[in-house]
Ligand binder design. Structure first.
Ligand code: FE2
Ligand code: FE2
Length: 141
């Protein structure tokens, strides 16, 4: 595997940042659309998830600026559905993708001896794993 550079890491962190914006908007939309007594407790969780994704975006924007990059304002389009279960599946897919990306990103940050960044990414990763657990539980997985 090619050695990571600071420039490449900034580029990857900007992709992560865009996907945090997407997750925040997607959760905000999903919590509004999700309905039914069965989904009441996960609906409340989604409100919290939206706020936590925004907090992640804030951390990543600061870290990218610190590394000498320009934090992006671009984001991939969120996924929507009229079906409760499908919405939660879309959210879980996003979380699993985030988990894989942050596991890789922590290793890359450590490779560059950026331990403060690695520490911040570990905290974000732990929250994403919690998000995935909430969704798996709601989906009966
Ligand atoms: Fe996040
Ligand atoms: Fe998340």
């Amino acid at each position: 595997m090619a050695k990571i550079t600071k420039e490449k890491l900034i580029e990857l962190l900007n992709k992560d940042l865009g996907l945090e914006y997407t997750a925040c908007v997607q959760y905000t939309q999903h919590q509004g659309v999700l309905n039914g007594a069965m989904y009441q407790s996960i609906q409340k969780e989604l409100v919290i998830h939206a706020q936590e994704e925004l907090a992640h975006a804030t951390i990543l924007a600061s870290q990218i600026d610190y590394l000498g990059g320009v934090p992006t304002v671009k984001m991939p389009v969120p996924k929507i559905s009229a079906n409760n279960e499908e919405m939660l599946e879309q959210d879980l897919e996003g979380e699993n993708d985030a988990i894989n990306r942050y596991i890789a990103r922590i290793k890359q940050a450590e490779e560059l001896n950026l331990y403060h960044l690695a520490h911040q990414l570990r905290n974000i990763l732990a929250v994403e794993q919690e998000h995935a657990m909430d969704l798996e539980q709601a989906l009966g997985k």
